[in-house]
Design a protein around this ligand. Sequence first.
Ligand SMILES: Cc1ncc(COP(=O)(O)O)c(C=O)c1O
Length: 396
Amino acid sequence: MKSERILRMTPSATIELEGTVADLHAQGIDVIGLNAGEPDFNTPANIIMACTRAMEEGKTKYCKVSGIPELRQAICDKLLQDNGVAYHPDQISVSTGAKQALFNAVLAVVNPGDEVIIPKPCWVSYVEIVKLAEGVPVLVDTVPGTFALDMRAIEQAITPKTRAVMINTPNNPTGAVYSEESLRKLGELAVAHDFYIISDEVYEKLIYGKSRHVCAASLSPEIYEHTIVVNGFSKAYAMTGWRLGYAASPRDVARSIASVQGHTTSNSTTFVQWAGVEALRGPQDSIARMKEQFDKRRCYLVEALNRIPGIRCANAEGAFYLMPDVSSYYEKKTPDGKLIADSFGFCNYLLEAAHVAIVPGAAFECPNAVRFAYSNSLEKIQAAVARIEKALAALK
Ligand SMILES: Cc1ncc(COP(=O)(O)O)c(C=O)c1O
């Protein structure tokens, strides 16, 4: 018997696809994965060493639910230095990944029936997190082509029940980086209508080209009081498996977050938090090296995708994703006569015929597109493009 909560939920398409790709690999099939939302780099050695040291020193016990003071202070210093926004360690809640921080934030501020506006395309988990909290996700369009925030659409979606807007900049799945102007406008709306901006900034360090990351909380003292900043270590420091993230919020929200986490997971792993201190306080050159590789792949992939007939791919300046429109292939038939009806059909066909894994846009509320993650080597990306071109040319 399943709870209504579970019946309302859609399983994570990205995690399911990851499982399928792993199964195919296990069968000896050479699948090129352009689906994974994680950097293909190792965690820097200094971070690994800090963790080992912490374990050897016996830092293996429970600690305060919201995190060790050393990490919370390091996070405050980072937020001030990188984002120009001042927090006290009491306002920092360290969690088991940014995903838990997002969950905590929604559970802390959203009542059953409250509305949470989510610009789409959006990360797969946002809608489900809101639904699990018994809130109502209200999806609004972004600007076609650029995926920038459509401020008019957001404004029109605001009702007395609006409790929060969940944003992600730089964005998964589109790679869009939101402008200061749009974030300021959003902040003004949050203040005027008294809702929170839940600002997911996990891809902050991965911006290419001229765009600049702006943290919504930095825009004014009033906007700061209406913003919950979520960030983590997975993407910037290639630490996906370590499960470390955090939220920075107004004090009362931080207290609520601590209550939620105190009854769920308690503190995130103590020695991993020491690794987090090293990530923030130690050398940062690994980020620049990783970014350089991502940028090369991005430049190649945008051009290569746009050369394939029927694919339109806007350039994007952040994260490690591209979201081309592939809808001109819908209604075509595969060589064995199957209809490609939608983004799921398109991705299934490429997985079967080209052994390339990409994620259907429908999973991100963007049915005309698919998501490419360039979190694989340039050689593999080039090989994937060649396979895709061949497979698409065989469609009728
Ligand atoms: C937009 C976005 N937010 C949050 C997360 C979760 O990050 P973490 O690994 O810190 O839980 C991800 C991971 O893919 C993401 O893409």
